[in-house]
Design a protein around this ligand. Sequence first.
Ligand code: SAM
Length: 203
Amino acid sequence: MNNTYFNSRAAAWDDNPVRIENARRIAAAIRAQLPFSQTWTALEFGCGTGLISRELLPGLGSILAVDLSSGMIEQLQKRIEEDGMKNIKARCLNILTHPPTGTVDLIFSSMALHHVPETGLLLDALTAQLNPGGFIALADLDSEDGKFHDEEAGPVHHGFNRAELMQRLRDRGCEAVAAVTANTIRKNGRDYPVFLITARKAA
Ligand SMILES: C[S@@+](CC[C@H](N)C(=O)[O-])C[C@H]1O[C@@H](n2cnc3c(N)ncnc32)[C@H](O)[C@@H]1O
């Protein structure tokens, strides 16, 4: 299950340069697509060690970064303390079963959507946590051949069809839904494009 798999990888998560570059490009794409404000509260779902949250923090008011893996959250907590990042709070929780209370101005996520089997329920939960007029930014793999992950990762979605995911956001009251390619990951001799879909919840 996710927790064991990601716990065992958490300590070395930030040692992978491909992962660091992917996070850097996704964070840059989110910043380029959305009108950031230091008054905004934000939620990152599936934050891992906080690669994206740590990049985006300077443009935002505060971030609640959540992850199912206690190992990942421990790593993020360590970095928060080392770097004195008072405006990020890290919480170990399952976004589906224990969604945080309250609503936020921005929700973002990188490479986490494909690890949640129930995409529809997840999109329900995420859009419910957005303030009217708030933004959502989801980065993940385009539909792929099933070879991006090894078997240990457990059941995962083999990427997503952008147009379908965009429609699912519109169906949940989002507008200005747009997609860009944030990165392309080269792995095992193949190219895996990574999309960023952004949208605004109707006011
Ligand atoms: C591939 S990692 C991505 C980590 C980070 N976003 C990054 O880009 O480096 C996916 C993360 O999603 C988390 N995750 C999976 N299902 C979750 C759920 N239901 N609630 C919260 N976090 C979840 C996993 O524990 C894992 O840390």
